[in-house]
Design a protein around this ligand. Structure first.
Ligand SMILES: [Zn+2]
Ligand SMILES: [Zn+2]
Length: 368
């Protein structure tokens, strides 16, 4: 009868764990021998499978990874590696990795590496010695793609893709460098790296579309459709539709109204009932004056960014704030776009005009 685990010493438990791993490796190696024989009999093909891996995954109920390792080992010509596994001197994972490495650097060096390296170290060795043929390079190049998939109402996009190593590293470097330029958030922390990379991607694309103009504050002319009934019933959360563009929520709408030349068309049951003229929210002269008197830099305390400076209404337009220069302050793209209009911070009206501080986002927001 087995001794209860609770009575065993830790040392004994470890020894047993190791012994069982040896048994697993030895058993897998024995399986590999059987798989090799089945392979010569072309059993997978006879069963309508495209590969031994597929056949094994189905028959044994193992993952594709395990099936792949097993069929690899079955075809291995590295007898010393297999013998070590058969004697339980290598774990199954070490055996597979040693076999892979042996194909690149020879069996003797692979066995040395298996004894002195952990699995991750062996994988790094394998990756370093892996040969790249012109065919591999062409495959990677042919597989390059970048896909952006909007959801149904275009409130969000998903993006994914594949780039050859050198191109990927260029994109990564550019995004890292841009992300590094962003200031910290008002609470002194940085956004998580994934968010900063996303912001950096938008910033780089923005520059590509309009040129990197630090102080122009140029904004796109947008036509915004607002459904009057829905908007008042849901505090603006029914959203608005930008002409030929995405649907936006109340936060984005506020930003569009704050910065750009916009025409607002109010609709009722889908029919336009009221339309504002296309007007620049802030007259160009006032815009220039504010940027000038703020010294052409962001007024957020501690920020010296000059990237895409925008005048922002200290007291929101929706709360009766005017275009009076006293109510406008210059903010960089990060503080204006991310901190104010997306994270929901407000400018503290009592903070000095050249050292603006932020108030935490309030839970309750008025209708836009
Ligand atoms: Zn704003
Ligand atoms: Zn700033």
């Amino acid at each position: 009868m087995e001794h209860p685990l609770t009575a065993a010493t830790t040392d004994a438990l470890e020894q047993r764990l190791l012994r069982l791993e040896s048994i697993v490796a030895a058993a897998r190696t024995e399986q590999a021998g059987i798989v090799a024989e089945l392979d010569t009999r072309q059993i997978p093909l006879a069963d309508g499978c495209r590969s031994m891996r597929e056949w094994l995954a189905g028959r044994l109920g193992v993952t594709n990874d395990t099936a792949r390792s097993l069929s690899r080992l079955a075809r291995s010509e590295h007898h010393d590696v297999r013998q070590m596994a058969g004697r339980g001197e290598l774990s199954f994972d070490q055996t597979v990795e040693a076999d892979r490495l042996a194909a690149l650097v020879g069996e003797r060096r692979a066995i040395e590496a298996a004894v002195t390296h952990d699995i991750a170290g062996m994988r790094r060795l394998t990756a370093r010695h892996r040969r790249i043929t012109p065919g591999d390079e062409r495959d990677i190049f042919d597989g390059r793609h970048f896909v952006m998939q909007p959801n149904l109402d275009r409130t969000a996009y998903r993006a994914w893709g594949l780039l050859p190593g050198i191109d990927g590293s260029i994109v990564e470097k550019a995004l890292f460098e841009r992300a590094d330029e962003f200031p910290t958030r008002p609470d002194g922390t940085q956004s998580p790296i994934g968010q900063r990379m996303a912001d950096a991607l938008v910033a780089v694309c923005q520059d590509s579309l309009t040129g990197e103009t630090g102080t122009s504050g140029a904004t796109l002319l947008a036509t915004v459709f607002v459904d009057a009934d829905l908007a008042s019933a849901t505090s603006g959360e029914a959203g608005a539709t930008v002409a030929a563009g995405p649907k936006v929520g109340p936060l984005t709408l506020e930003e569009i109204l704050c910065g750009g030349a916009v025409e607002v068309i109010t609709t009722d049951c889908g029919r336009p009932t009221w339309s504002s003229q296309a007007t620049r929210a802030i007259p160009p002269a006032v815009r220039k004056f504010v940027l000038h008197s703020d010294g052409g830099a962001c007024t957020a305390d501690g920020c010296s960014s000059r990237y895409r400076l925008q005048p922002h209404h200290v007291r929101r337009r929706a709360d009766g704030g005017t275009h009076d220069p006293a109510n406008l302050t210059t903010l960089c793209w990060f503080h204006h776009h991310i901190v104010i209009h997306r994270m929901g911070y407000h400018i503290d009206p009592n903070s000095p005009p050249q050292r603006r501080r932020f108030l935490r986002p309030t839970e309750v927001r008025g209708p836009p």
